[in-house]
Write a protein that binds this ligand. Structure first.
Ligand code: FMN
Length: 133
């Protein structure tokens, strides 16, 4: 597929998407859910033909802050959205769950009761930063 979808997509598929699906299905066979981690609540944020592409992402992030401020644990999941969007099974899933629109952007946030308590946040770094004088 590389000549058709380019180097970056090819690396993404080989190095991330395919191994991820192998892990999903492998763990599923063992009865372990690493897709939604058996979370008691999953909220799906998606767009409509009228929204800005950023809208579902902003709403999902805000929902995470709201959940965390209530003492819940939250986790953003991007892997499910493409499965909801494409193909016949995606359409069936949308119909079954009342998902009104197919949407380019979308993300799931799962909520649960945290089993660990963090004393401090993790220091994150960006892949690249540019400063202007
Ligand atoms: C946009 C986005 C999509 C993500 N999708 C998934 C996913 O589908 N499955 C998963 O296990 N983790 C996913 N993650 C990673 C987790 O949400 C989380 O960021 C990661 O486990 C690190 O957790 P921490 O920030 O608390 O250390 C995603 C993160 C982001 C930002």
């Amino acid at each position: 597929m590389r000549p058709f979808w380019g180097k970056a997509n090819d690396e993404m598929f080989r190095g991330f998407v395919k191994p991820m699906f192998d892990i999903f299905t492998g763990m599923m066979k063992k009865g372990v859910n690493v897709v939604t981690y058996d979370a008691p609540l999953a909220m799906y944020f998606y767009g409509s033909p009228f929204t800005d592409p950023a809208d579902p992402i902003v709403a999902a992030t805000t929902a995470m802050y709201a959940g965390e401020s209530l003492g819940l644990g939250t986790c953003m999941l991007g892997a499910v959205h493409p499965m909801i969007q494409y193909g016949g099974s995606g359409r069936k899933f949308r119909e079954k769950h009342g998902i009104k629109y197919a949407s380019r952007e979308g993300v799931i946030v799962i909520f649960g009761y945290p089993s660990v308590e963090y004393r401090k946040g993790i220091r994150r770094t960006f892949a690249s930063t540019t400063f202007m004088n």
